[in-house]
Write a new protein. Structure first.
Length: 361
């Protein structure tokens, strides 16, 4: 059954995670390699903190068997702390880079060709899932392609060590403590710790779900009774679709279309007037909502006919005035729910279109 719960805000979007950062061995830097005083402090503090994690997890129903297997063997990973602290802040007022270089890296010929090949091979499964959920086949494939290049890299960091380290570091302690406990609950469901690998920030499997998201939306797509997002493409794609259902995807509505703008229009007149409670900088770059018919009357023309005149859309020019433009529906914001970045969401939409047609937009 495709459960619809309250709107899911993508925890993965809280983090700028990357499964492509390899576990080179430096992540398990021994305490002996750290300055002696720092090593002793870290070792003592981390070990004490893991006992707090044990108590919290036990209180939330994690089995004693799982806790006894995991807690004594947890290892502090200095490399994970380094990667977390190196994340760009995206501070207000900082320059926004141009979209074209990002698009070239993420909607490239190789990714389109590989996605098209997997898309055609998986059509029976994809068609069934789309019929059940309303989430387009190509959108599922584009998320799969963006997150792990169709399963070619999913991360090699031990989730429990990474999440315990990030919780101990303390900058987002509650977030990572909750994800640590969610991972323990996955072990209680029968998944071996050796399978629970992912990015340094805890995202795992083909869709790069955080553990709590796995527990909420992961689905069995191949009928074997398990939601194995690490090695089953049917499970991973069904889970991606269920995420989008939970986030509010509307059946039969495209994510957006390219648009042309009459040179006489001052698009600054249509700047957003409201402030989003989340991802403010992302949403502030979208225009006010207007119907497609209203945009047409103003001189903004959709370049494809897949939008109804009554559909509410926003105008978005990622590189500013006098650059390529798109009209975006509410479904675009569902993609943002997966990762709250305009570049990410726009390139997912463009990759989806290219995978479906075999022709770059």
């Amino acid at each position: 059954m495709w459960g619809v719960t309250s709107r899911v805000f993508g925890l993965a979007a809280v983090l700028a995670v990357s499964a492509s950062v390899p576990d080179t061995g430096a992540d398990s830097l021994s305490f002996a390699q750290m300055p002696s005083t720092a090593a002793a402090t870290a070792q003592s503090g981390f070990r004490s903190f893991t006992e707090q994690l044990r108590a919290r997890a036990a209180g939330e129903g994690v089995s004693a068997r799982t806790l006894d297997q995991v807690i004594p063997d947890l290892t502090f990973l200095p490399r994970v702390v380094e990667l977390d602290r190196a994340q760009p802040g995206g501070a207000p007022g900082s320059a926004i880079p141009r979209f074209a270089p990002y698009r070239a890296r993420h909607v490239d010929a190789s990714r389109i060709e590989r996605g098209r090949s997997r898309y055609l091979a998986l059509r029976p499964l994809l068609a069934r899932v789309e019929t059940e959920t309303g989430v387009p086949e190509e959108i599922m494939m584009a998320i799969y392609g963006h997150e792990t290049n169709y399963g070619s890299f999913t991360g090699s960091f031990d989730l429990l060590n990474s999440l315990a380290t990030l919780a101990y570091e303390g900058r987002r302690r509650e977030l990572f403590t909750a994800e640590f406990i969610a991972t323990l609950k996955m072990m209680d469901r029968g998944y071996a710790r050796s399978k629970l690998k992912g990015s340094w920030a805890g995202a795992t499997g083909y869709p790069q779900f955080l553990p709590s998201m796995y527990l909420r939306v992961a689905r069995d797509g191949d009928g074997d009774g398990r939601a194995d997002i690490w090695s089953s493409e049917p499970d991973a794609l069904a889970s991606i679709a269920n995420y989008f259902v939970n986030a509010g995807w509307r059946r039969g509505v495209p994510w957006g279309v390219p648009a042309s703008i009459s040179g006489s229009i001052d698009t600054s007149r249509f700047a957003a007037r409201t402030v989003s409670p989340r991802c403010e900088r992302v949403f502030s770059r979208h225009s006010q909502w207007r119907t497609v018919a209203e945009w047409r009357a103003l001189g903004v023309q959709p370049q494809r006919g897949s939008l109804r005149d009554t559909e509410l859309v926003t105008l978005f020019q990622p590189d500013g005035p006098n650059t390529p433009a798109w009209l975006l529906t509410g479904n675009y914001r569902v993609i943002l729910d997966y990762n709250c970045s305009n570049f990410y969401a726009l390139s997912v939409g463009l990759l989806a279109d290219a995978v479906a047609t075999g022709v770059p937009d």
